[in-house]
Design a protein around this ligand. Sequence first.
Ligand SMILES: [Zn+2]
Length: 399
Amino acid sequence: MPLKIKSLSDLQKFPIINKEIYFNLNKKKSVKIDKNIYLIKAMANIDGEEALFPLSLNDYQNYIDFEKRKFELAGVKKSDLCSVVEFSQNSTIVQAQSILALGASYVPLDGDEAKIFQDIVRYKVSVIFTIPPVVYRLMEYVKVRKLKTSLRLIITTGVKIPDVNKLNLETKDVLGAELIDTIGATELASFAFSCKKHRNFYHFIDQKQIVEIIDPVTKQPANEGEIVITPLWKVDFPLIRYGTDIFTKLDKHLKCDCSVKNKTFFSGVEKRLTQATRIQRYLVDLKDFYYQVKDSLIWQNFFDKRLWFFIEKPILTILITRIKNVDTVLVFIDKAKFRSTMRRRQPIEESIFKMTNSDTRIILCNKKIIEKMSPSYQDIRDISKKYLPKEIKDLLSLC
Ligand SMILES: [Zn+2]
């Protein structure tokens, strides 16, 4: 391994580090709070654990600077009044500071969603940074009440938008605002944004990061492969060749006049490389997820161990679906057994919330309908209704 990295080929002598390795490394190192550091939290894993990533004051300022470039490239101007809508503190603090660093104005909005939407109109907010489900709900809110917003730009992140071009036409029509999508990760900040001309394609941020597209099999640079990033803004806690798990394709023929220096086009998140399923903003292995939910159903009372010795356990099936553009977990449980064995809904809801933070519905029903499902857990979000098998349609008709 070279001690000094002077070229891309030096860099490429380093192995690609994936999320799991990075998380485990961070878990082992206990964070010392005797230095001037900012702790960022990453998405929770299946066990509800959140990894902590320390940033030195210097790296924190670099982080702000990096995010500032994102807002600049997305088109935020000094005359804008911006707000970060419905994010955790984790993102809100950094994003708000980046907006201020750019010279634009910022207004914090809180309260429930209706109040936030009202305030966006009332304060004449011109730019919001948020997640796609909020955009759909905001459009609905404005449409129903026949309101006019002062929004001119919406920047999204966190959830894949199937067709950015189409959503941009809708936000222009309903809200009067252009939509720019971004891609990022807590460990890397926002590393890409969608092009204004070819809206379903993305550009990489042109500062302080080295981007490689690596074939997952040969581990060599390629036109299609995993996005691997070395964030150069991380100086004190460096990260070298971080595999994002995102599979993408480069496009070498498109042209545009975005102000980004490096005009590489790529097709966004084509797919995730690991088996993990993304529910809301959380990554879960669907099989693990199913078994954890099952455990939360089976092991609720101190007498359960003895109980299952005499009685057959209640069966369940899980569907991951999308209701009003929000990922929703539907849990169907054998009604008779649920009642006769004194099960409660709360432990199940809690376990799901811990893993995904998503909307959950528990539906008690006839055992016969559940029995037909195989496997017992399915992600039906991207399947058109008419192609769903009969047993799934039967289950959905109960909701
Ligand atoms: Zn462009």
